[in-house]
Ligand binder design. Structure first.
Ligand code: GLU
Length: 418
């Protein structure tokens, strides 16, 4: 099913609960503006390539449009629209004064050089620049885009408008107006929410185990934080495979091997040859990349891409808590199955909202000209995420609904200002 249909279903459920009118439902499920362009760049080897690009501005009822730009071969209008809509929900859940937008370029970043990626980033700003701006629509990083590219985009925007505009984009390098802690903010926020849920349920992190799907920025930071809080990280996976341990994964070593060699599999294997003796000694297994989802753990952290937990595999998921660090990792049908089984799914629009929250701090910092320090970012993020969790959890409890239903209902009522 298409990504936007998932969003629509989540809105419908919440709308029923809130008793929204047809007109309100239509307003909440119709993007304000869908922008498309073809980005053409000159390739290093000569010749040109063209990539379809999108910027969807979903809703700005609560403030300027806000949302990242992803570079991914599958990016299309439906997906970008769904993600833009989710940004509007996310910003309302954490109660920051932004609306929702998202951008995407249908490009495989692994096939382009750094120079070519910079050209794509600049072409994106030239294509959509007139609709962007610090008080209109503020982009940020998303899948396969990073601080460096945000810096490139800021410079391109400033070339167009002819004056400095640091608040045009967030997730920038520190040297270009970025904020400390933006790179770890998504996972930091998710862990604050998880810690609140565990405290609510009188669960001791030291008695729990976790499996993490995704060893990119958010997945890796989540693994570090979980093990720092005493949770036993049993497995971690990326596209190359799942590393599953009977005891626990050596998070530090595995992630530094991943950074050096490009995969978690490389902790034990070179190409197709794996070090069986060392694996046996460490009680470790290297399995296909989806195996991580089915490991026998308390907490499952999908921190990769969409649609990982579906009807065809939900029965194999054994965790009691699913912390959605990725956007849209659970399909609505699978979500319902998990809900009926009593699994606590901490929804993406709450658990990964730490990223955009620290983007908001960066935007404030740029607008006021001050520089926030680590302690200030940490404290404000922790406060924002804990408050958001409290609001959502209380709403869920008082209406006997899931955390996702509560997050959507709360966000929609804030967007409609009811
Ligand atoms: N791309 C991130 C998200 O999906 C962050 C967006 C932002 O910082 O504006 O939430």
């Amino acid at each position: 099913m298409a990504a936007f249909e998932y969003f629509r279903q989540n809105v419908e459920k919440a709308a029923g609960l809130l008793g929204l009118s047809e007109e309100e439902r239509t307003r909440l499920t119709t993007p304000d503006r869908v922008l498309r362009a073809d980005l053409t760049i000159a390739l290093d080897a000569g010749g040109q390539a063209t990539f379809p690009a999108y910027r969807v501005q979903f809703n700005n009822a609560r403030g300027p449009y806000k949302g990242g730009i992803r570079f991914h071969p599958d990016a299309d209008e439906d997906e970008v629209t769904a993600l833009a809509a989710m940004m509007a929900i996310k910003c309302a859940v954490v109660d920051i004064p932004f609306g929702g937008a998202k951008g995407g370029v249908a490009v495989d970043p692994k096939k382009l050089s750094a120079r070519e990626l910079h050209k794509v980033a600049r072409a994106y700003v030239r294509a959509f620049g007139e609709h962007l701006g610090p008080d209109k629509d503020v982009p940020a990083p998303d899948v396969a885009t990073n601080a460096e590219l945000m810096g490139v985009m800021r410079l391109e925007y400033e070339n167009i408008v002819g004056h400095p505009s640091p608040a045009f984009i967030t997730g920038k390098p520190l040297s270009q107006g970025g904020i400390v802690g933006r790179d770890t903010a998504t996972a930091d926020g998710a862990i604050f929410v998880l810690a609140s849920l565990l405290a609510d349920n009188h669960k001791d992190p030291a008695s729990l185990s976790a499996a993490i799907q995704g060893a990119g920025n958010a997945g890796a930071q989540a693994a570090h934080l979980l093990s720092a809080m005493g949770v036993r990280v049993k497995s971690i996976a990326d596209q190359s495979g799942s590393l599953i341990c009977a005891g626990h994964v050596d998070v530090e070593t595995t992630l530094s091997i991943k950074s050096a060699k490009g995969s978690v599999r490389a902790a034990y294997c070179e190409g197709t040859v794996c070090d069986a003796a060392r694996m046996e000694k460490d009680k470790a297994q290297v399995l296909p990349s989806d195996a991580v989802l089915y490991d026998d753990v308390d907490i499952l952290v999908p921190a990769a891409l969409e649609e990982q937990i579906r009807m065809d595999n939900v029965d194999k998921v054994r965790a009691d808590i699913v912390l959605e660090v990725a956007n849209g990792p659970t399909t609505p049908e699978a979500d319902e199955v998990l809900g009926k089984r009593g699994v606590a799914v901490i929804p993406d629009v709450l658990s990964n909202a730490g990223g955009v929250t620290v983007s908001y701090f960066e935007w404030l910092q740029n607008k006021s000209g001050e520089a926030w320090d680590t302690a200030r970012v940490h404290d404000r993020l922790s406060e924002t995420m804990q408050d958001a969790y409290r609001d959502v959890a209380d709403f869920a409890l008082s209406h006997s609904i899931t955390l996702r239903e509560a997050a959507y209902a709360l966000a929609l009522s804030r967007i409609l200002d009811r």
